[in-house]
Design a protein around this ligand. Structure first.
Ligand SMILES: *Cc1c(COP(=O)(O)O)cnc(C)c1O
Length: 341
């Protein structure tokens, strides 16, 4: 398919309308057949459950053009599984993960003219989501829902090279114990907006949230999990019931162990251990790993030995290996790559 005339390398992370989106509606206790449409607008009741009580969950993944010219997505089955869990927690009907994967592949295929070419650094971002669509005024779950998948081409995350970021330990909390921190829900983002705007106003790139109960343990940022490398070369990621289980982070742990022969573990990470870490990064679909150079805890600076100029050496190896797998330069573990037929 002929590609659209887009300046791929200069795209930002912004919404660009593409030609097709997938829609399925839930009514009378079941999902309809679903299918692709061209209308990019949504018409719902002014009293829809999503508008009144924020009953909505979402996912995010990417489609890539590999070195040999195939269009692929990375582990969409895990996004489908996670959306199932998110929906259950908000009393929404489950959109089955097999149908989820089909819907993602179908939407990407229909928009293949928007999948950036190999080597451009750009990707096609895929946003599946669902929301309560019928009128709800008394507080209860909606009866009707819409599941939708749209795509948008996005530019290279690191334009002009990777730059380590500076983050602050924030006094705001992101998630309560036994709350909704572990699901991918818009509500977790709405309440993080004030904290991120405040961080930016104070000159920081991101917030490091601590566990709300003891405020001694590292949780995550507003939209990415942490990954640390200890001074003896071990990869460590924080374990908590109130962080979102990042697919990137879980994949990096596997890569660390199985591809790089490193020790890797998921465990509680205390704030006062950070001064002993050699490297730190944020992991998520958008950037894969975004290196952290400095963490500021109420005026006290923790400078990672990897510095403010480049990724730490182990972070870099992890990044190169996982992006190599995604772009088809390195053989992937079985089941990680879904080709668009
Ligand atoms: C989506 C998300 C992540 C990253 O997850 P990936 O599956 O790696 O993209 C991390 N934290 C939060 C809060 C998220 O919403």
């Amino acid at each position: 398919m002929e590609k659209k005339n887009i300046d791929w390398a200069n795209l930002g992370f912004a919404y660009t309308k593409t030609d097709y989106r997938y829609v399925s509606n839930f009514k009378d206790g079941k999902w309809d057949e679903g299918g692709l449409i061209t209308d990019d607008t949504v018409t719902i009741s002014e009293c829809a459950g999503v508008l009144q009580y924020a009953q909505t969950v979402f996912e995010g993944l990417k489609a890539y053009t590999t070195e040999d010219g195939k269009i692929v997505t990375f582990r969409p089955d895990l996004n489908g599984e996670r959306l199932e869990n998110s929906a259950k927690r908000l009393e929404m009907p489950v959109f089955p993960k097999d149908r989820f994967v089909e819907a993602v592949l179908e939407t990407v295929k229909a928009n293949s003219a928007y999948v950036p070419p190999y080597g451009s650094g750009a990707t096609l971002y895929v946003r599946p989501y669902m929301f309560g669509s019928n009128a709800v005024i008394g507080v209860k779950p909606a009866d009707e829902y819409q599941f939708r998948v749209f795509t948008t081409p996005v530019g290279p995350y690191f334009k002009g090279g990777v730059k380590p970021i500076t983050i602050r330990v924030t006094d705001f909390d992101r998630a309560a114990p036994h709350g909704t921190g572990h699901i991918k829900a818009g509500l977790n983002y709405a309440m993080s907006l004030h904290a991120i705007v405040d961080a930016h106003n104070q000159g920081y790139d991101e917030n490091m949230y601590l566990d709300a109960k003891t405020r001694t343990k590292v949780e995550e940022t507003g939209g990415a999990n942490f990954l640390f490398v200890t001074k003896d070369g071990k990869v460590v990621t924080p374990k908590s019931d109130s962080i979102l289980p990042s697919i990137t982070r879980r994949s990096l742990i596997y890569v660390a162990k199985e591809y790089l022969g490193l020790e890797a573990e998921e465990r509680e990470v205390y704030l006062d251990e950070l001064k002993d870490m050699a490297e730190c990064g944020l992991c998520g679909t958008a950037a894969v790993i975004s290196p952290v150079g400095k963490i500021v805890d109420h005026g006290k600076e923790i400078c990672l030995p990897s510095g403010m100029e480049e990724m730490g050496p182990i972070t870099k190896k992890l990044y190169d290996t996982l992006t190599g797998i995604q772009m088809g330069r390195i053989e992937a573990p079985k089941g990680w790559i879904y080709e668009i037929g």
